[in-house]
Design a protein around this ligand. Sequence first.
Ligand code: S3P
Length: 430
Amino acid sequence: MKTPLVCRRKGPLRGSFAVPGDKSISHRALLFGALATSPSRVTGLLEAEDVHSTWKAVEALGARVSRDGAAVVVEPPAALVEPADVIDCGNSGTSLRLLCGVLAAVPGLSVLTGDASLRRRPVRRVLDPLRRMGADLSARDGDRLPPVVVKGARLRGATHVLPVASAQVKSALLLAGLFAEGETVVEEPAPSRDHTERMLAGRGVALRADGPRVAVRPGRPAGGEVDVPGDISSAAFFLCAAAGLEGSRVTALGMGVNPTRTGLLDVLRAMGARVTLANGRESAGEPRADVTVEGGALAGTEIAGPLVPRLIDELPVLMVLATQARGRTVIRDAKELRVKESDRLATMGELLHRAGARIELFDDGCAIEGPTPLSGVAVETKLDHRIAMSMAVAQLFTRGEAVALDDVGCVRTSFPGFFELLDRLCGGER
Ligand code: S3P
């Protein structure tokens, strides 16, 4: 059943907000907790559908996951067990791809599937390198698409040189490496988010990271405490809206500022926005801070090369913001956007064009000429949470026109309270 929503709000945005837990780190806290030698206690876990997919999956593999007040406790089994049923990863690419690496070593048969969006997303990128470690996996449509069938096998370490920077693929291979004989090495063309490396190394796994090259030796992580920082990819919608709306000032409290994730802040600064960090601290190997963004005149910028993996999930909302900046914004080297929850280049390109933006699409990016006021549009969200939230931000850049979203159910995958928070900040502290 679809949940339509008509957005008709007005900026500026003002106020501070606690950022929901980081999705990438939440998945890893549950999954690595299930592989650990002792229980883990997780606070700040993101409570959203994608993370619940990983939660259900680790239970199916024998872990016990329970709530203890505001914390979630993961009790690992002595060894992971063959799941009794198909594992449904819902909309979550991270669940499915990371699980491929783990299940490759779990005795028995496992099947991974997902919703219509996930079943259109490529898996060969994990299957091929895992096979080089001796794994036995196959998938639909000539090994291209989920469902994925995995038969547990004896794994051996290998050296992988990835053609694209992908934290999901890198993590799947490092996880398989925990169960393999010998060393597993993964080299990326540019560093992607390093939450897996930080969490595994922080829990005693023999892992060495050296720029875009990571090496891991077999072993199980210890359990422990994880306090999940706020997700910059969720805060991004408010930070970008504030940057583009004169008179705005918002503060994202406790936001993760791991340098492999903060490309957004670099871009906002390059566009001329005022970005300040306060109260910097570190917990469980991940830095966090309270991040304030103030609105003002923006200029176009260039986003390409190693910056791209550092802000890949923020590009849809940055495309929206670019329509409000003076001059030309060029995005390159972002072909990966085409294989996210939807083809985000095509989807955002078409929507922004229909909303009156001057946008030219390339195979690996786009060029946007601004500033242009946007007009109201009807949006098909295509099971893609970041499209829904980006277009809710786009509505703030119209002259009071409505943006009609056909289905906002997808927002529950990462940010169930998104619209309520947007209402609060739009009506907030003048
Ligand atoms: C993620 C990695 C990225 C990102 C996704 C989460 C992760 O995907 O887009 O939302 O948690 O490892 P890729 O690894 O495909 O780049």
